[in-house]
Design a protein. Structure first.
Ligand code: ADP
Length: 230
């Protein structure tokens, strides 16, 4: 369980998170939504202990994330911007990450699933954005983790890869994992998310199912429901 209480974060004069309270139960898929700049990435990075809040606290399984740095390595995190070393090949990067995390890795099945075999010897700097994103996905899911945080995993993916990603997310959910995801693709959210967490003005503006959100706004599709929520 993730418990966030009275979280505040400012960057200079800009208040990004303000008194944010949120509880995320273990197990299930949670879509973190909100307009650009609403603080989704800041919230995610705070959960990871990569952003230090000005006030407030985040606990995972009852322990503060800032006191327990080891969590950072226990969470499967897909960053929005993957700064891969351009001169490394895909294969070299995967081995490097495997060496950093002495856990059993399931990279081969994922490489196959995303059709990455022909790219294994290619330099990361020469790959298209979509192919880099598939590498990002392989790196994220190749280890087992109770908590999986995906910041815009759908970016640049072709329709088949989107289906593969959806399958993998569902499989993780079926194993009892907790998945936090940000994305701009509402059909994706509708298909996979158990709950939507909507951020606005530094706070949680709505938390509930897409069905509840549609009922509350009187809209039939999620895109319009979100637009009517604000
Ligand atoms: P979102 O993910 O919802 O688009 P972010 O959390 O990335 O929002 O950013 C929220 C706001 O905080 C934006 O205005 C962004 O420019 C600003 N911001 C984020 N990180 C930093 C930083 N390290 N330094 C200064 N401003 C930042």
């Amino acid at each position: 369980m993730i418990e966030i209480s009275s979280l505040n974060k400012k960057f200079g004069k800009l208040t990004v998170l303000e008194g944010l309270d949120l509880v995320i139960d273990s197990g299930g898929i949670f879509a973190v939504l909100g307009p650009n700049g609403s603080g989704k990435t800041t919230l995610i990075k705070s959960i990871l202990g990569m952003v230090i809040p000005d006030k407030g606290e985040i606990k995972i399984s009852g322990e503060s994330v800032l006191k327990k740095w080891k969590y950072r390595n226990e969470i499967n995190y897909l960053p929005q911007i993957a700064n891969f070393p351009a001169n490394l090949s895909v294969k070299e990067l995967i081995s490097m990450v495997k060496n950093l995390r002495p856990k059993e890795a399931n990279d081969k099945a994922l490489i196959e699933r995303f059709g990455l075999e022909p790219f294994l010897d290619k330099k990361l700097g020469n790959l298209s954005g979509g192919t880099k994103q598939k590498v990002n996905i392989v790196l994220t899911f190749m280890f087992e983790s109770e908590l999986i945080i995906l910041d815009e995993p759908t970016t640049g993916l072709d329709p088949i890869s989107l289906i593969r990603l959806k399958e993998i997310i569902h499989e993780e959910k079926d194993k009892g994992k907790t998945i936090l995801i940000t994305t701009h693709i509402m059909s994706f959210v509708e298909e996979i998310a158990d709950e939507i967490v909507f951020l606005l003005d530094g706070e949680i503006y709505f938390k509930g199912s897409s069905h509840e959100l549609k009922e509350r706004t009187g809209q039939r599709d999620l895109e319009h429901a979100i637009a009517h929520l604000i």
